[in-house]
Design a protein around this ligand. Sequence first.
Ligand SMILES: NC(=O)c1ccc[n+]([C@@H]2O[C@H](COP(=O)([O-])OP(=O)(O)OC[C@H]3O[C@@H](n4cnc5c(N)ncnc54)[C@H](O)[C@@H]3O)[C@@H](O)[C@H]2O)c1
Ligand SMILES: O=C(O)C(=O)C[C@@H](O)[C@H](O)[C@H](O)COP(=O)(O)O
Ligand SMILES: [Zn+2]
Length: 370
Amino acid sequence: MSGEQQTVTVDLGERSYQILIGEGLLHETGKLAQQAGISSKSACLVVSDSHVAAAGHLKKVTDSLRNSGYRVAEAVIPAGEESKTLAVAEQVFDQAFDAGLDRKSAIFALGGGVVGDLAGFVAATYMRGIAFVQLPTTVLAHDSSVGGKVAVNHPKGKNVIGAFHQPKQVVYDISALRTLPLREIRSGVAEVIKHGIIWDRSFFEWIETSIDPIIELDSRILANMLARSCAVKAAVVSKDEKEDNLRAILNFGHTLGHAIESLARYGTYTHGEAISIGMVFAAELSCELGKTDRASAERIRNLLQRAGLPTEMPANLDPAALLQSMKQDKKATGGKLTFVLMSEIGRVEIINDIDETVVLNLLRRLGRSS
Ligand SMILES: NC(=O)c1ccc[n+]([C@@H]2O[C@H](COP(=O)([O-])OP(=O)(O)OC[C@H]3O[C@@H](n4cnc5c(N)ncnc54)[C@H](O)[C@@H]3O)[C@@H](O)[C@H]2O)c1
Ligand SMILES: O=C(O)C(=O)C[C@@H](O)[C@H](O)[C@H](O)COP(=O)(O)O
Ligand SMILES: [Zn+2]
């Protein structure tokens, strides 16, 4: 394994923080928390999920925190998207109270995007907001742990109940990724590919040449890949923290992707799988509206397929229902559809008020050919 460590900064003035990427960093959680100014006078809570705890990662974190003098409680939620609810958040609030967390306390989110989003939401709202640290353990969480979007789902939509609340630090121990199932590795690579498409053509081209070692988590390239992908996210968030406009480009593929996730029932498709299909759709829609060329759309589909991700519309989902769900997307205003469309690989734009007949016809056409 390579010992190379990477640091990416999210530049947000007094709320700036670092993303530390390297091997074995979970053993350093306590020391790094001290460096980030997390107080050890108050109790802290490590939130994780059942798979991450069973893989042994939780113990590394609690041991390290205790060795650095922190008083530590644990909250382990059931693994999976179905846990990203207000009901589970309420259980974590109870555990925070029981452990005596106060306004100087911190929450450590150890897991993938589900744990990060949920624990971050609890941190954003408990006593009107306390500190939190992201300890991502999935490939996908290079995206979810950065940028401060924290949320739980509502039966009517993904991430609808949430806030912007930046972590104090992101500690990304890439050795924890070795216990991830292959399907989850592929899922995370979808967001890596997204970062190439929306911002960095040379990164997309590098992924094209490296996709096989990426899926194998080749240690010679893993830290670099995650640092490059986090750097895209950090650059966008630093320019538009609360999604006034530019940040919406990070939603490429998510207009349809989120609709698929909620209509197919959370957990049927992973987040990365759903946005893979959503990115193919966004690229096709970009072609249909004359914004990009067919070759670029095909290139995206090919790379996603080579990453082992689904690219076909789910045959069992009704296009009219998908359209309805997309109209409730957070980017939509006044019931008008908003999509992130592509002009070329590396460049996208946010288009409001897209003709819904065009979208519906394309959903039907792609659904028939799948
Ligand atoms: N806040 C954001 O900016 C943002 C960005 C992207 C995605 N998200 C959200 O992130 C969520 C998806 O995140 P995810 O794909 O990480 O899903 P996840 O958190 O459900 O993790 C995927 C699976 O891997 C398991 N797992 C996690 N780490 C493991 C490890 N090291 N070893 C073994 N198993 C492990 C989990 O228990 C789970 O079963 C979605 O809810 C999505 O909406 C948020
Ligand atoms: O950070 C962002 O902004 C993103 O859009 C990143 C997405 O990958 C992520 O899935 C995010 O949770 C979606 O945000 P939402 O506002 O559409 O719920
Ligand atoms: Zn996403």
